[in-house]
Design a protein around this ligand. Structure first.
Ligand code: GTP
Ligand code: MG
Length: 335
């Protein structure tokens, strides 16, 4: 495996920039879809404000982090600063309110790992999950969105990688593969490590944004308009980056010893995180550190079977990028 680490990029790689850009553009949601999301959000804000005047509603996940595909469901967090709320009671109350406002399929899932109310809006056709006080997700959504504003190549690469992962069915955490959130972090990390770098490490810069959530200090530089030229010394294009990303995860990443860390913009050792052995169900076979919940490994869902599936898919993708005559189609062939 390691011999392949130095596999050179094919010399006709730029022929594939235009086809990959076309795939990327076909995946961007239309403006009218975003408008519908805003419309539903406004309706929900209205309903919530009547019952809980001090509560706030935030979008999080792919509908707000700028890595969303068309027709995605929206994720909403109801934030309320009140120490003695009972989440289950509140979700049931919320479900009642939504039901009386003609929203469809309203269901309170109070026993889920993240308790939510689900609903479907018959006017816009959008489905929505509402959780309570999952503020860390709101903050990491902002971090991803801020990274996307620095260099357009992040959004291009992440859309291609997410589309590949969904087509190849390696974006299913309940089957031991990785979440979309994990894939976007892998893309950010890859671009932080380019030389010259395409993305900075926002958490290592002088902070301009600071919040405290569940005793975790979330601080980073968020004046990203100032960084719009950051990656301009690096001229790599989308096809090269897709090639390099898969080549890295197929042949160059040291799965046994290392952790990728967007927080530090570097590769850490498993040892220093104490992620060297299985603890409970967390196996740490591929390690991706959450940028704020640093004890959280987004690879923890991967087991000894799914790690093989994942690595075979990374190798398949790397080979396609290396030699297939039509990589922008072949990469996404359904599994
Ligand atoms: P798609 O729905 O696949 O398009 O992507 P998504 O961006 O909505 O991603 P996903 O469903 O993986 O995650 C939703 C949000 O949950 C993320 O954007 C994070 O803000 C938050 N999140 C925080 N921790 C985790 C985690 O351990 N796993 C996942 N999946 N999400 C997390
Ligand atoms: Mg989602």
């Amino acid at each position: 495996r390691m011999a392949n680490k130095y596999m050179a990029c094919r010399n006709d790689i730029h022929r594939y920039d235009a086809p990959f850009m076309a795939v990327y553009k076909s995946l961007i949601p239309a403006e009218e879809e975003l408008e519908k999301q805003r419309q539903l959000m406004a309706q929900l804000e209205n309903l919530v404000a009547k019952e809980w005047p001090h509560a706030k509603l935030y979008l999080y996940g792919s509908c707000a982090n700028s890595f969303g595909f068309p027709k995605s469901d929206i994720d909403v967090c109801l934030a309320i600063e009140d120490d003695d709320i009972n989440k289950s009671e509140m979700l049931l109350k919320l479900a009642d309110i939504l039901q009386s406002d003609n929203l469809q399929n309203v269901q309170a899932l109070t026993r889920a790992r993240v308790p939510i109310v689900k609903l479907m809006d018959p006017v816009t056709g959008i489905s929505c999950d509402i959780c309570i006080n999952n503020v860390l997700a709101v903050v990491n959504t902002k971090l991803l969105r801020d990274y996307a504003r620095i260099d357009a190549r992040l959004r291009q690469l992440a859309f291609i990688v997410k589309h590949w992962a969904k087509s190849r069915r390696v974006n299913e955490t309940y089957q031991g593969t990785l979440s979309s959130y994990a894939y976007v972090l892998m893309c950010i990390h890859y671009l932080q490590l380019r030389r010259p770098p395409i993305l900075p490490c926002l958490q290592e810069m002088d902070p301009t944004y600071s919040v405290r959530v569940n005793n975790i200090r979330c601080v980073y530089f968020d004046n990203v308009e100032r960084l719009s030229n950051f990656g301009s010394n690096n001229r790599e294009t989308i096809a090269e980056l897709v090639w390099g990303f898969f080549n890295y995860w197929a042949y160059a990443h040291d799965y046994s010893n290392t952790v990728v860390s967007v927080r530090t913009g570097s590769i850490l050792g498993k040892r220093e995180k104490d992620w060297t052995r299985r603890v409970g169900n967390d196996r740490h076979l591929i390690c991706i550190e959450d940028p704020f919940e640093t004890s959280h490994d987004l690879g923890r869902v991967v087991d000894k079977f799914s790690i093989r599936v994942l690595r075979e898919e990374f190798e398949r993708a790397a080979k396609i990028m290396h030699q297939d005559p039509n990589p922008s189609a072949k990469l996404f062939e359904p599994y």
